[in-house]
Design a binder for this molecule. Sequence first.
Ligand code: CDP
Length: 240
Amino acid sequence: MRFHEVSLSMARARTIAIDGPAASGKSTIAQRVAKALGYLFLDTGVMYRAVTLAAQQAGIDFAAESEVTALARRLQIDVRPASMLDGRLCDVFLDGQDVTWAIRSGPVDAGVSQVAAYAGVRQAMTGLQREIGSRGDVVMVGRDIGTVVLPQADLKVYLDASAEVRARRRAAELAARGQPADLAGILAGLQERDRLDSTRQLAPLRPASDAVVLDTSSLTIEEVVRRVLQLVERNSEASR
Ligand code: CDP
């Protein structure tokens, strides 16, 4: 390897962790950042959503931890680049079935934080996520990526926004898909999920001590993408 190749490979942030509360824009931002860098985009939230959907479909009570955990261990969850232009950011397959939109249902929204709090479920999902992260060139999104899944990530960003702004963004997403959007109900649902996610014992939602925290309440998607790409650039300069 020639010298300039060595310095280039050292310079670039190869693993980028993006965490934050529900509907903070993480997935949209991360997908665009990944595209700009030619990296893989992995939204880890879809994996917890897929487990929750599978439990619902199997008629398993979300409160039955051992049954939910056993299910999570045997499921085949695949996350692949988007194959359709219907607003999806990636394809999600559950045992071979395309569940990309099914995991966005009301019951999954309401149950996912309970399912994601189980140690065995997290262990199964974290293992898959680390395997993908270890290959590098990835932008991974979730709640615990910078703190637990990829604590050695080259760049950690924590995206936040006020609850009202996040509820409005989620309502607009639903409206764009032709679904009814009750703002007060959405706000209450997001706040409850944030409460469960940030107070759980395992891998709670919080910024890593070395994360850059960005409040996106008054920023457009383009502005946030630009800020994150600037951080990638600064990271490159810092490691030269
Ligand atoms: O898209 P939204 O921000 O509403 O949520 P999501 O990223 O799809 O995550 C859904 C749920 O999965 C979260 O509320 C968490 O309970 C859980 N989750 C988690 O525990 N750890 C992650 N790394 C990602 C998601």
